[in-house]
Design a protein around this ligand. Structure first.
Ligand code: CUA
Length: 152
């Protein structure tokens, strides 16, 4: 009787393992790799032209850096356009109050604090369009604050 129990238990464990692996592999087209928060002097940020002209820059064969500014009540640039099958580091800061930056349907999610730069590195695979939502209450227009991420 014990043998049957062990057999049943092993099957359950194997199925659980397969389930975990499958779930991991079938994730969305954007996977978050890292989420770090850097503190940068806000005065220096004002002079940083990458944030005064938010944009995406190519820094390697399949590597991109995006400079994104959140403000009441939008994200810039929008859409953020990045190629499929690439590594994209998003540098996000705020011009006014604390905002959130969440790529809807993925685990790319960070708080955006004025005077600081939040970094998220994502791996893109297939072309897709994502919404970017603010998930920190930031004022009267919070619920309409959104952006777009286009993987092309
Ligand atoms: Cu920005 Cu809520």
């Amino acid at each position: 009787a014990y043998e049957k129990l062990w057999l049943a238990l092993s099957i359950v464990l194997i199925l659980a393992l397969i389930g975990t692996v499958t779930y991991g592999a079938v994730g969305p087209g954007v996977a978050m790799v890292a989420d770090t928060q850097q503190t940068v002097d806000s005065g220096a940020l004002d002079e940083d032209e990458r944030f005064s002209e938010p944009r995406v820059e190519q820094v390697g064969e399949n590597e991109y850096e995006a400079y994104v500014v959140a403000y009441q009540f939008a994200f810039e640039p929008s859409p953020i356009v990045v190629p499929a099958n690439s590594t994209v580091t998003l540098h996000v800061t705020s011009r006014d109050v604390i905002h959130g930056f969440e790529v809807a349907g993925t685990n790319a999610n960070t708080m955006v604090v004025p005077g600081e730069v939040s970094e998220i590195t994502v791996e893109t695979d297939e072309p897709a369009e994502y919404g970017i939502v603010c998930n920190e209450y930031c004022g009267a227009g919070h619920h309409v604050m959104e952006g777009k991420l286009h993987v092309v």
